[in-house]
Design a protein around this ligand. Structure first.
Ligand code: SF4
Length: 212
């Protein structure tokens, strides 16, 4: 228990990327405990999360909670849900893209290089279900099992479930990012809502011991 608390204290006081001018301002945000069985491994906090100090405290978070079938209260209960992005601080905005709207910069790799394995060593043994939200988390956790595109990787979700049943360890389910930018993807891939979401909801209900 104390080593996870010590590690969290070290992380929340980390300013490495700010010192190296990789991000505008360090404000590490993560949610970990020694008991959570469900985890969300995402990209990096957005600006609203940075301002509020709460991960996924934005419209993407609302969609993610709908996908998971959980309330805000359940989602932010560290004893039940771990939230561990690939970088713990808001990376800042990129230039304006084709849509005319700035997007978030990628998570600085330095964060995963510095902290990720240490956090995984502490929390993975008790995890049962891990949602890998987006390419960055999928690359780190699935490695060469990733497919050519995110769509192909998400389509493979059943094979990751089967693999987990054969090996000790959590079930990893790859997901697209729940951003409004992916609304076209959700429409083009109705199997995602019909097959993947009911599976993760049933697993989460079981893990959180919820009864609807
Ligand atoms: S992103 Fe990670 S490594 Fe960089 S300052 Fe934040 S906590 Fe430290």
């Amino acid at each position: 228990m104390s080593s996870l608390n010590d590690l969290k204290k070290q992380i929340v006081s980390c300013t490495l990327c700010q010192e190296r001018r990789l991000i505008p301002e360090a404000n590490p945000i993560l949610q970990i405990s020694t008991t959570a069985k469900v985890a969300v491994f995402g990209q990096a906090p957005g600006n609203l999360a940075h301002q509020s100090g709460r991960p996924f405290f934005d419209p993407s978070g609302v969609r993610l909670r709908e996908w998971m079938g959980v309330t805000e209260e359940q989602f932010y209960d560290a004893s039940k849900v771990a939230i561990v992005p690939m970088a713990f601080c808001f990376p800042g905005y990129d230039g304006k893209g084709a849509t005319g709207k700035a997007g978030d910069l990628p998570p600085p790799a330095l964060c995963a290089e510095t902290w990720r394995q240490k956090v995984m060593d502490q929390i993975t043994p008790q995890l049962e279900l891990v949602l890998l939200v987006g390419n960055y988390a999928q690359r780190w956790h699935l490695g060469d099992k990733m497919q050519r595109t995110l769509t192909d990787t998400v389509r493979m979700w059943r094979s990751f479930v089967t693999e987990a049943a054969d090996e000790a360890g959590p079930v990893y389910v790859p997901l697209p990012h729940p951003s409004w930018r992916n609304i076209g993807w959700f429409k083009k891939n109705p199997w995602f809502g019909a097959e993947v979401l009911p599976f993760i909801q049933s697993q989460i209900r079981r893990q959180l011991d919820m009864h609807f």
